[in-house]
Design a protein around this ligand. Structure first.
Ligand SMILES: Cc1cc2nc3c(=O)[nH]c(=O)nc-3n(C[C@H](O)[C@H](O)[C@H](O)COP(=O)(O)O)c2cc1C
Length: 315
């Protein structure tokens, strides 16, 4: 998610779950080809398994980006065919590509021929008037024929005109049944459902119908949700970390980045929701918001904030 799932957020999430597949923000082709590559693409090995999501439409340039991603050791490259923002539409990629399945197929084929890591697609169930189930089937069949084996499907259509990206995440109704049906019609494909899923009980319900669940906003607004992910979905027997232990585990990381010139609040902004719904959440957020942006602020600010949050002991 843009402005959300940067490397610091992902490193934080890895303190909660080792096995959940994490995604980068969408990075556009021109940014990858001409931008500050280490800054845009660099990550810590602790973040694997990690997917680089790219935004673009030109098969040859996407193939070059895929090669770069593989060299960086991403586990997968994912093409964004779901973003409806006007900036993305101006670039003729994102959700508007749902109207051009052949072009997406050509992009997938080009990327696949460039790398051995999986090439996957994230998309909507439809756009504008092109929102019948048969349109969705046509899209998936065409793109699968080019070798895409996993589809992350945001279970609502997007309106390319008239709705903001934010509205396009809430106004069009969720149509989970279309995604379930997709799995029935393409049993050999890996179908991942996305949209409106806020807890693991819901995720388990979806997993009776599809292969995987992608959680977006709830992973940011309630990160501690993922504390039991390895146990609940991957059979891990490791102990579930407390919120305090998660933050303590981050101290060396925070200290390291701040000592290399990173502003503390660009690290701590991702931590604000860790105590969501818990006693102490207000003081945690307030302390960090008031202190983390100050010049010279370092890990001691996080330590001080944490010391104000009550430790909950559960029997
Ligand atoms: C702030 C924000 C940024 C997002 N950025 C991206 C993005 O870069 N790529 C993408 O495929 N989807 C992006 N999305 C959409 C989410 O991945 C997801 O499809 C959508 O929010 C619905 O799932 P949810 O209800 O679990 O959040 C973004 C969503 C939000 C709220």
């Amino acid at each position: 998610m843009m402005e959300r799932t940067d490397r610091h957020y992902r490193y934080f999430m890895r303190q909660l779950t080792q096995r959940t597949l994490l995604y980068t923000e969408m990075v556009t082709v021109p940014a990858i080809l001409h931008g500050d590559r280490p800054k845009l693409l660099g990550f810590s090995p602790a973040e694997n398994p990690l997917v680089l999501q790219v935004g673009g439409a030109d098969p040859a340039s996407l193939a070059t980006c895929a090669r770069i991603a593989a060299d960086y050791d991403y586990d997968e490259i994912n093409l964004n065919v779901g973003c409806p923002s006007s900036r993305v539409q101006d670039g003729a990629f994102g959700a508007c590509l749902m109207a051009q399945p052949e072009r997406v197929a050509a992009a997938v084929a080009a990327m696949r021929s460039a790398v051995s890591i999986p090439v996957t697609v994230k998309h909507r169930i439809g756009i504008d008037e092109r929102d019948r189930y048969t349109d969705l089937v046509d899209f998936v069949r065409t793109v699968a024929a080019a070798g895409c084996q996993r589809f992350s499907v945001h279970a609502r259509k997007a309106w390319l005109q008239g709705l903001s990206p934010k509205e396009n995440r809430s106004v069009p109704p969720l149509r989970y049944a279309d995604v379930y049906r997709l799995k029935q019609d393409f049993p050999d494909l890996v179908i991942e459902i996305n949209g409106g899923i806020v807890d693991f009980a819901q995720a388990q319900t979806h997993l009776r119908q599809v292969d995987a669940v992608m959680i977006g906003r709830a992973a940011y607004d309630n990160p501690y949700l993922f504390a039991t992910a390895d146990r609940d979905f991957f059979g891990a027997t490791t102990a579930v970390r407390s919120r305090h232990a998660v933050i303590e585990a981050l101290f060396p990381y925070i200290d390291d980045w701040v000592s290399r010139g990173t502003k503390l609040n660009s690290l701590t902004r991702h931590l604000l929701q860790l105590f969501a719904g818990q006693p102490g959440t207000k003081v945690w957020k307030r302390y960090l918001s008031e202190h983390a942006h100050r010049p010279g602020a370092g890990v001691e600010v996080v330590q001080a904030a944490l010391s104000q949050v009550p430790v909950l002991v559960t029997a």
